[in-house]
Design a protein around this ligand. Structure first.
Ligand code: DOR
Ligand code: ZN
Length: 337
């Protein structure tokens, strides 16, 4: 059987961290993806030119020679037009976190009105807005409760490209058809999991993330949209590594580490649903069109050959550790077996 090939797959939502964790995880993403949108929720956040350039340099150093483009983002705060113009060529967008909703979001937005002048500038400069769309309400309702905010933003700034990050609900899927300027990313784990997998049996800390996995009908709506390569939907892993001791403890950190196995698992999932023909659009084509990107050519090949997910990458436990995946990524230059 001929290998299945993807051209320049892109991860449109990725946490690379800093220091040792960056050195560990950046090469894993660079191995199989042609580029990724890099989240800015560091401590302190990436919200000025010096921090942006230093983080970009650290990523480039960690990636080494691999063909991998880090599409940088800034952490949303009120910015002046001069600041935005000065940094525009170095970023793909600006990520807005409501204050306190997830890891390192304390410096996020407390009142949307205070954000609006900057959002207006972003619209004029055509800088996309990426949003962690959760309220501070009941955990299962947070994304659905945020929908009126998306509606307000889409109507108030009709020329602003708005990306609903890591959507988890059928409400968000339905919202994709309502506004031409609203797009979304979805993770691999939200295409596979429901809350039952996280907390229905023994607590599964490595599946705990924000937003939390929801109900079966939500998961099914996300999966249908991904398998059909909905034109406004892009793959974004939200791969968010935390060291094992921060996951297997009281006060478990939120985040699922999927980057190294995301593509073989997506191939397996799309193959299982006879939708492999839509995977290229879902992991690259839609993002190229929405963000107007031209990634460097990078062909990534997969063979249908069972392979076991490692139990750990360094200090981090990956999604599906120990599980058998039906497809295997071929290393660059490695001939198909
Ligand atoms: O589960 C999550 N982990 N959700 C986020 O929004 C942030 C991320 C992280 O940085 O660990
Ligand atoms: Zn994230």
């Amino acid at each position: 059987m001929a290998p299945f090939q993807l051209q320049s797959p892109l991860d449109m939502h990725l946490h690379l961290r800093e220091g040792d964790l960056l050195s560990l995880v950046a090469p894993l993403s660079a191995h199989s993806f042609a580029g990724a949108v890099i989240m800015p929720n560091l401590v302190p956040p990436v919200d000025n030119a010096a921090r942006l350039d230093a983080y970009r340099s650290a990523i480039d150093a960690a990636v080494g020679d691999a063909a991998f483009e880090p599409y940088m983002t800034l952490f949303f705060r009120p910015y002046t037009g001069d600041e935005l113009e000065a940094m525009q060529s170095r970023i793909i967008g600006i990520k807005l976190y409501p204050a306190g909703v997830t890891t390192n979001s304390e410096a996020g937005v407390r009142a949307l009105q205070e954000a609006e002048p900057t959002l207006g500038l972003m619209q004029e400069l055509d800088i996309p807005l990426l949003v962690h769309g959760e309220s501070t309400g009941f955990v299962m309702d947070r994304e659905a409760e945020f929908m009126p905010v998306y509606e307000h933003l889409a109507q108030t700034f009709p020329r602003l490209r708005i990306v609903m990050e890591h959507i988890t609900t059928r409400q968000a899927v339905a919202f994709l058809d309502r506004y031409a300027n609203v797009f979304a990313t979805v993770t691999l784990h939200h295409l596979l999991l429901t809350l039952d997998d996280v907390a229905g049996g023994p607590l599964a800390p490595h599946l705990f993330c924000k937003p939390i996995a929801k109900r079966p009908d939500d998961r099914d709506a996300l999966l249908a949209a991904a398998l059909s390569a909905h034109p406004n939907l892009m793959f974004g892993s939200d791969s968010a590594p935390h060291p094992r001791h921060s996951k297997e403890c009281a006060g478990c950190a939120a985040g699922v580490f999927t980057a190294p196995i995301a593509l073989p698992m997506l191939v397996e999932l799309f193959d299982k649903h006879d939708a492999l023909h839509n995977l290229q659009a879902f992991v690259s084509g839609n993002a190229r069109r929405i963000y107007r990107l031209t990634p460097a050519p990078k062909a990534v090949s997969f063979v249908k050959e069972a392979t076991v997910v490692p139990s750990q990458y360094g200090t981090v436990v990956p999604f599906g550790a120990g599980r058998t995946v039906a497809w295997r990524l071929l290393d660059a230059g490695q001939p198909p077996v």
